[in-house]
Design a protein around this ligand. Structure first.
Ligand code: PXL
Length: 281
């Protein structure tokens, strides 16, 4: 039977992020995404203008109706939230629907390049830190990893990097791990013309790199987390999943930058999606 994931994230008209990325990626990986919107936006918040409709009021209907209809999920995967009260909602949702083998993937979306996204603030970040503790796998970018572990982002920028750069990041990741079974897949570690993604599990660290093609694009973190979520549900190891996500995103970015691009629009992943499809008998 096809596995299903409750995907708690926003729906943005432009930006190829959040639910738009998750629905496409999970579907091609053979997993059924069940979207639970946190907000509906005209476009992601990086554009000059955006309108956001906070979906909080409607979210409890999903819990109620899905519970009444005996919905079951193999995974619960959360991302962008429109306000801190949604964190409590997500925690309750997890408590209600988590079964012994349900995988909990939390993308602790808070910011990038050392900056918070609107409308995030310190209170939201504190709450997301609590939510992250309930996860089996978290998929922060480097900014979010620092926010989770209380580390200074300035200590992990290229300018600040010492010979112990990766050891330093490993230590930061260790501080973000809140229980023995938690695994972390970190994106966006920039160094010497490469972007590294890291895997931290049971005291081990592994890094996979791709060439850096200039810009940081909207939605790449969401594509990354969705590939991780889909892979885990397909019983692929986290390191294999991160390796796969790293090379997939690198290939798409390499193609995207061949033509004039706008980083807010995201990357041209649609025509490459077939590469994520599992070969099934
Ligand atoms: O990709 C992260 C993200 C998700 N959703 C919205 C965003 C952003 C990043 O800016 O604005 C609405």
């Amino acid at each position: 039977m096809t596995k299903s994931v409750a995907v708690i994230n926003d729906l943005s008209g432009f930006g190829k992020c959040s639910l738009t990325a998750a629905i496409a990626v999970l579907s091609v990986m053979g997993i059924q995404p069940c979207p639970l919107p946190t907000a509906i936006l005209t476009n992601q918040t990086g554009y000059k203008n955006h309108y956001c409709y906070d979906f909080s009021e409607h979210m409890p209907f999903y819990t109620d109706m899905w519970a009444k209809n005996n919905a079951r999920f193999d995974g619960i995967y959360s991302g962008y939230i429109a306000g801190e009260r949604q964190v409590d909602f997500i925690k309750d949702f997890i408590n209600k629907f988590k079964m012994s083998d349900t995988k909990i993937v939390v993308d602790p979306v808070m910011g990038d390049n050392g900056q918070l996204y609107p409308p995030y603030n310190k209170t939201t970040c504190d709450k997301i830190r609590e939510l992250a503790k309930t996860a089996d796998i978290i998929t922060p970018n480097l900014t979010e990893l620092c926010l989770l572990s209380g580390a200074d982002f300035n200590s992990v920028t290229e300018k600040s990097s010492s010979g112990f750069f990766f050891e330093h990041i490993e230590n930061i990741a260790k501080n973000a791990i809140s229980h023995d079974n938690m695994k972390i897949a970190v994106t966006g570690i920039k160094k010497d013309g490469y972007i590294y993604n890291g895997v931290f599990e049971r005291g081990n660290a592994q890094f996979f790199r791709s060439k850096e093609y200039g810009s940081s694009f909207s939605g790449t973190g969401d594509i990354f987390s969705s590939i991780i979520c889909g892979s885990i549900l397909n019983d692929i190891s986290l390191s294999e999943a991160v390796e796969k996500a790293t090379s997939f995103i690198e290939e798409v970015i390499k193609d995207t930058v061949k033509a004039p691009y706008e980083k807010n629009h995201g990357i041209d992943f649609e025509k490459y999606l077939y590469k994520l499809a599992l070969q099934r008998e």
